[in-house]
Write a protein that binds this ligand. Structure first.
Ligand SMILES: N[C@@H](CCC(=O)N[C@@H](CS)C(=O)NCC(=O)O)C(=O)O
Length: 261
């Protein structure tokens, strides 16, 4: 069904604090497409999306003119076809391949790591949850949602394998990942203005990681962090330091930017 102005009606299903959902929100904003946002509680979202017969049970999921699709990459491609300007993918074929490769890596490597770190942090202390739900309409008061969130946080940690060993390994890998992102920025694959699909995919994961006081200092002052803030200017949520100091050691050992040693 067409919404006002001949555009199809668009409804985006998100979970507050979800980084791929935030990437989809930015895509719609950048393209100037009006849409209705539906906020879902984590874990419960799976049953809701399944009942609505989306292709998969994760967010972001999108209804567009009655058609249902799931996944940040599928959504980027769909929106680029619906409204090509500003483009999320370069017109030049080689550049497009480079951006799509970076986008895939962002979805497959960085996105799950950011998710594991988040649930591990929130498992240790649920009090920051409300800050991630800022502006969300969950159908119950945010305070109540947070108070009753213990089983949801436990289930989400389990479902996303956010165990200590995995998260410690993610943090050890992060400096190498950040270098890879900085390199892509130097090569012009990332850092486009307006942001491309890979900037939004990778930027959203970095922005989520930057809500953690433990991790933000390792990201914010490097090109990767600056790119992420340009791509996604607002990302709600903040969690005070909580992770074991030893896990953060690899993040402190970075050579100064531009060092060739
Ligand atoms: N890689 C997919 C997956 C998205 C995904 O796993 N989303 C999470 C939220 S960040 C989700 O829906 N989780 C369900 C849950 O928490 O129960 C994408 O980019 O769209």
């Amino acid at each position: 069904m067409a919404a006002d102005g001949g555009l199809p009606a668009i409804k985006l299903y998100v979970i507050p604090g979800s980084h791929p959902a935030m990437a989809a929100r930015r895509m719609l904003e950048l393209k100037g497409l009006p849409y209705k946002r539906v906020d879902l509680m984590p874990v419960i979202s799976r049953a809701a999306l399944k009942a609505m017969r989306f292709p998969s049970n994760t967010v972001p999921s999108l209804v567009i003119g009655g058609r249902k699709l799931t996944g940040s990459r599928a959504i980027a491609e769909e929106l680029d076809q619906l409204r090509p300007d500003p483009p999320l993918y370069p017109a030049d074929q080689d550049e497009r391949v480079a951006v799509t490769d970076a986008e895939h890596w962002g979805e497959e490597v960085l996105q799950p790591a950011a998710r594991r770190i988040s649930w591990n942090v929130l498992k240790r202390d649920r009090s920051p949850l409300a800050s991630y739900a800022e502006g969300a309409r969950l159908g119950l008061p945010i305070g109540l949602a947070v108070k009753t969130a213990a089983p949801i946080v436990a289930a989400a940690s389990r479902m996303n394998s956010a165990d200590d060993e995995a998260v410690r390994a993610d943090l050890a890998a992060l400096p190498g990942w950040l270098q890879r992102i900085d390199d892509w920025i130097a090569e012009g694959v990332l850092g486009a203005d307006p942001p491309n699909a890979a900037d939004l995919q990778i930027g959203a994961s970095l922005r989520l990681m930057m809500t953690f006081d433990d991790v933000r200092p390792a990201i914010e002052e490097r090109p990767a962090g600056e790119m992420a803030v340009r791509a996604i200017p607002d990302f709600p949520g903040r969690a005070a330091p909580i992770l074991p100091r030893a896990w953060l050691e690899p993040l402190r050992q970075r050579e100064p930017a531009g060092s060739t040693r």
